[in-house]
Design a binder for this molecule. Structure first.
Ligand SMILES: [Zn+2]
Length: 478
């Protein structure tokens, strides 16, 4: 658990102010400089010193590129895997990073420089390069690696003269995005653990969650502000990671889209439906307040946990049993969606409030201030989950409604980054240089250990190569 100033984990605002990501330098020797692969990188407006394209012919393929040393797997979803990586000793840049590896497999065509998956991945990278906020992962660098399979085609010319022509074929292609910070766990896991713990040592998890409302509001307000204008489009507890210091960081811009103010979008989207707003599901007109609905669902789960119930309690109470059993789909396999349960939301909030007052406070009277504060913000959460997006607040209106929750516990107390933003307006870090000395709310080592214990969906430490898809092997055919 190194916390030294060079090489260990540092807080997000320090990372941004120190421009640590600028210190990352790729080993340039084998970078591709021209051609079909680098043109789209230029077109996407990416810095070629930060985004490197290289390839391997045949066999040895898809180990993490220099300078990364692969450590634990942090998470996986679909064809995307996130690893924690370190730099080798002696490398100029030495902080731990999260490395997200996207397998660029196209449904409709072979991998290649023009594949659609690649276009989307490059857009994700481009979106990330424009984002700098203490509650959003920072883009550090990215790379692509593709594997060429060489086939030697035998052609006969004249009598017995056989000529071999090599024919190259792209067999596999990955795009990796290195980000800071690597997660300790995600909010979904954190909420399960926070609800389950009863040890006094672990009470900090519930206490820290009070700050997450304001911090996430500021992260989304930053994304939506003019000059950034990015819709995340997939806000959910799994996409909020908790860093080493117990603070929330929004991640995964795989579905994010740049938008122009006043331009509603319509058409299909590929997001998680549980937290999606009704307009995204029905693919009707919507604006950036789709994100507000999803964030409202996340807040509802956090409020549920603080009020003494597991996050799943919301779903269990809101799910429409009659609809599930009456439909062709049996309840099993039918995905719960908050947007389909809005008729029952007021009733749920009443149930939750009642149980907090009658059950939780009966056994834990010490939680009274917390319970009262959270009950006070329930109407604001309800407002975020309005069916009609015109009735939802904008992200920049959220912080004042939730910041009072900071006052309940001493730690972590008011979030320094967010409070500074409130005073100065949300800005891009660290362009407006800040001489402020940040009062750090320290986590003690018990907290660290717990965060470690609750690390990501239990995945063993792995030293396997980044990918072992069948196409990577047996490349050297004849
Ligand atoms: Zn904050």
């Amino acid at each position: 658990m190194s916390q030294d100033s060079d090489g260990g984990m540092i807080r997000m605002h320090q990372y941004l102010l120190g421009r640590d990501d600028d210190n990352f330098v790729w080993d340039d020797a084998t970078r591709e400089r021209d051609g079909d692969w680098t043109d789209p990188v230029r077109e996407a407006g990416l810095d070629e010193r930060k985004h490197k394209v290289f390839h391997h012919s045949n066999k040895e393929y898809l180990n993490p590129p220099t300078p990364f040393v692969q450590k634990d797997q942090l998470g996986q979803s679909g064809s995307t895997i996130v690893y924690k990586v370190l730099s080798p000793v002696g490398h100029t840049y030495s902080r731990p990073l999260a490395l997200k590896i996207i397998q660029c497999k196209d449904k409709h065509g072979p991998p290649g420089p023009e594949s659609n998956v690649r276009k989307l991945a490059l857009e994700e990278v481009r979106n990330m390069t424009t984002i700098r906020h203490p509650h959003i992962v920072v883009y550090v660098a990215s790379f692509e690696d593709y594997c060429i399979k060489t086939k030697k085609i035998r052609q006969r010319r004249g009598k017995a003269l056989a000529v071999y022509h090599p024919r190259e074929q792209i067999k596999a292609h990955i795009l990796g995005i290195a980000m800071y910070p690597p997660a300790q766990c995600n909010l979904q896991v954190f909420m399960i653990e926070a609800n389950r713990t009863s040890l006094p040592d672990e009470a900090w998890m519930l206490e820290f969650m009070h700050t997450y409302f304001g911090c996430l509001a500021q992260a989304v307000a930053y994304l939506h502000k003019s000059g950034v204008q990015i819709r995340h489009k997939d806000i959910k507890p799994e996409n909020v990671v908790i860093d080493e210091f117990g603070l929330p960081v929004l991640t995964d811009f795989g579905l994010a889209k740049h938008f122009e103010t006043g331009q509603p979008s319509n058409g299909p989207t590929d997001k998680t439906l549980k937290y999606a707003d009704p307009d995204s599901i029905e693919e009707t007109e919507r604006d950036e307040r789709s994100d507000i609905f999803s964030l409202g669902c996340v807040y509802l789960e956090m409020a549920t946990v603080i009020l003494g119930k597991p996050a799943m309690f919301a779903e269990e109470q809101l799910v429409d049993d009659t609809a599930a059993s009456g439909s062709r789909d049996s309840g099993e396999g039918r995905e719960f969606k908050y947007s389909e349960s809005l008729d029952r939301l007021d009733e749920y909030l009443a149930t939750l409030s009642r149980s907090a007052r009658d059950e939780l406070l009966a056994v834990k009277p010490g939680r009274e201030a917390s319970v009262n504060a959270v009950l006070k913000v329930l109407p604001h959460i309800r407002g975020m989950m309005q069916k009609d997006y015109h009735e939802r607040p904008y992200a920049h209106q959220l912080y004042p409604r939730f910041r009072s929750l900071y006052n309940i516990y001493d730690l972590p107390g008011p979030c320094v980054s967010c409070e500074e933003e409130r005073r100065t307006g949300i800005r891009s870090w660290p362009r407006a240089a800040s001489p402020t000395v940040f009062r750090s709310s320290t986590m003690n080592s018990a907290m660290f250990q717990l965060v470690r214990r609750t690390s990501m969906p239990s995945s063993p430490v792995t030293s396997s190569p980044i990918s072992q898809s069948p196409t990577d092997i047996e490349a050297d055919e004849r």
